[in-house]
Design a protein around this ligand. Structure first.
Ligand SMILES: NC(=O)c1ccc[n+]([C@@H]2O[C@H](COP(=O)([O-])OP(=O)(O)OC[C@H]3O[C@@H](n4cnc5c(N)ncnc54)[C@H](OP(=O)(O)O)[C@@H]3O)[C@@H](O)[C@H]2O)c1
Length: 226
């Protein structure tokens, strides 16, 4: 298949490009910084583009978007603007299959695994303060994608962490109980959508059990770099 990966130079994007090449696909990796893109291999084309302005999707069988930006107190518009550009480019090029990464936090819900700390402190605080603009813009992105009339899937991970390999990740419709997702698993889930139509027109939450950090461990690492 010919797969276009947007956000290819990010943590998930690099893994996704590598997994897609390993599976024998042709991949166009789109990044604003092609000079720093580390993945190499036959079947790979690296293209420079700011996706809020230009989405080079011509010739694709499927477009997989992992692009994103860090939390900011400034208005975040990259998800909605890039989605508008992607949708226009896909319509223009006659490409129908689109898979975008959103976040489980766009629909805050109680996590059985989260306890008091996540459910009553962290989730309400993050979604109302530093994450608010990001999640507001992700919700606009989700609406644009749902209204697009394309063959879309929205993939919602929980808190991302790095792991060495893909595990038996869990999928659930809309929301998940799990509070972590490894970038390897997120990449594998995205790649699976390229050939699987089960989640077309649906929103899927993906979470990782095996090897996931604890909430306290993750907080310690974020706060103290340990
Ligand atoms: N961190 C979490 O816990 C968490 C939780 C839930 C969901 N998510 C979402 O999961 C996705 C993957 O996260 P990640 O941490 O693996 O990604 P990441 O490392 O933040 O990478 C995102 C990539 O998006 C690209 N990008 C941003 N703006 C762009 C633009 N205008 N045009 C082209 N590319 C652009 C950047 O690449 P270039 O610099 O090369 O352009 C960047 O490398 C993101 O959508 C994120 O919002 C994250």
């Amino acid at each position: 298949m010919r797969i276009v990966v947007l956000g290819a130079n990010g943590g998930t994007g690099r893994r996704l490009v590598q997994q897609a090449l390993d599976a024998g696909h042709d991949v166009r990796a789109v990044t604003r910084q092609p000079e720093s893109f580390p993945v190499k291999g036959p079947g790979l084309e690296v293209v420079a583009a700011d996706v809020t302005v230009d989405a080079p999707v011509d010739g694709a069988d499927v477009v997989l978007s992992t692009l994103g930006v860090p939390f900011s107190r400034q208005p975040v518009l990259v998800y909605s603007r890039s989605t508008a550009t992607i949708l226009a480019a896909m319509r223009g090029a006659g490409v129908r299959r689109l898979v975008v990464v959103s976040s489980s936090a766009t629909e805050p819900h109680r996590h059985a695994e989260g306890g008091f700390l996540l459910n009553r402190v962290i989730q309400p605080l993050v979604t109302a303060t530093i994450g608010k603009s990001t999640y507001d813009d992700m919700r606009v992105m989700e609406r644009l994608v749902r209204d697009s009339n394309l063959d879309w899937t929205i993939v919602r991970p929980s808190g991302l962490f790095d792991s060495a390999s893909v595990t038996r990740y869990r999928l659930s419709e809309n929301c998940a109980d799990g509070i972590f997702t490894s970038r390897e698993d997120l990449a594998a889930c995205l790649l699976a959508q390229a050939t699987d139509t089960a989640w077309v027109g649906r929103t899927v939450a993906v979470t990782t059990g095996e090897g996931a950090p604890t909430l306290l461990g993750m907080l310690r690492r974020e706060a103290f770099g340990k």
